[in-house]
Design a protein around this ligand. Sequence first.
Ligand code: ACO
Length: 333
Amino acid sequence: MSQSHSHIPVTIAGTGSYVPEKVLTNADLEKLVDTSDEWITTRTGIRERRIAADDEFTSHMAVKASLKALEQAGMEASELDLIIVATITPDTLTPATACYVQKELGAMTAVAFDISAACSGFLYGMKIAKRLISDGAFKNALIIGAEKLSSFINWEDRNTCILFGDGAGAAVLRQSREGEGHIIATDIGTDGNQTHLLNIPGGGSACPITTENADQRLASLAMLGKEVFKHAVTRMRDSAKTVMARAGLKPEDIKLVVPHQANLRIIDAIADRLDVPSDRVFTNLQKYGNTSAAAVAIALDEAHREGRFTRGDKIVLVVFGAGFTWASATIEW
Ligand code: ACO
C-alpha cells in the first residue's frame, strides 16, 4: 500500500551561524556621518554591527554557517537534497549564490537555488523546504539566510548606513523522527504595492549602473523608515497571530519569540501586541544590526545554542522586509 506523504512532519535538526570578525561600532559611524551613539541606540537599539572583508562574499559566510548547522544535525553535505539561499546581496546576479554554496559544501546531489524576499527570505525558504520534505519530494534540506549588505550601503547616508550589517544563519530540515518536534504552522505574505518604501533602486534591469549615474550610488539600500516601521509592526503582529492560532497556541504557551532584528522599538511593539513579555523575546540586534535574510536565522541559532528553548518547547519566528514581505512560523522544538 502506498503511504500518503501529505503529513510527514518536518523538524529542524541543526542550526548554525557566522558573522565576520570586523566590528563597526556606533562610535566608528560617528566618524563617517553626522550621527551619534545616543541617537542610534535610542532609535534602534543597535550598538555595533559586523562587516565582511573585501574578499569575503555572501556565499563564504553561508558556507561557514551551514557547516555548523550540518555538524549539529549530524549530517554530511552529501546527504542534502535541497539547498535554498535567501539573500538580496548575492555574490553574482547569476548564477545563484546557492550554486557556489553547493560546490563549496560538496553537496553535489542537492538542488540549489536562491530566493529573493529580503528580510523574510529565510522563512519563505523554510516554508518551501518544509512542503517539499513533507510531500516526500526530498528528505534533507539546508536553508540559509546570508547577506553582505555592506556592499549595498551608501556609507554617506545616515538614514540607512547605521542600520545594517553582514552575516549568515542556516538550518538543516529533515523528516521528523519518533519523539522529535516539528514545524507546526507557517504563514507567508507579500504586498507589492509598497515596493517604493524600501528598495535598492539601481543595478537591476530597470536602472543599470552606468558611467553617467555611477556617482549617485543607486545600488544602495533606500528606505522611508517611518512608513516601513508602521507596516512592519502591523504585518508581523498579524502574521504571528495567524501561526499561533493555526497551532492552537496562546501567548503563555510560547517559550520564545524570535523576531526579525531590525529595530528594538519594532520588536517591543510586537511583543506588546502579542502579549508576550520581553524576557520571552530574543534580540541580538545590539551586536549585529539588521542583517536582512540572515537576521532571524542567526537569532534562531544563537537562542538555540544559548539554551533559550529546548526539546518540546514552542517557539514563534516572525519577520518582515522589503516587498513588502512577511512570514511567521510556529515550531515545536
Ligand atoms: N543620526 C542622527 N539623526 C538621524 C539619523 C542618524 N543616523 N538618521 C535620521 N536622523 C534624523 C532625521 O534626519 C530626522 O531629523 P529631522 O526631524 O530634523 O528631519 C530625525 O532624525 C528623525 O528621523 P526619522 O526617520 O523620523 O526617525 P525614526 O524614529 O523613524 O527612526 C528608523 C528611523 C530607525 C530608520 C526607523 O524608522 C526604523 O527602524 N524603520 C524601520 C526599518 C525596518 O524595519 N526595515 C525593515 C526591514 S529592512 C529590509 O528589508 C532590508
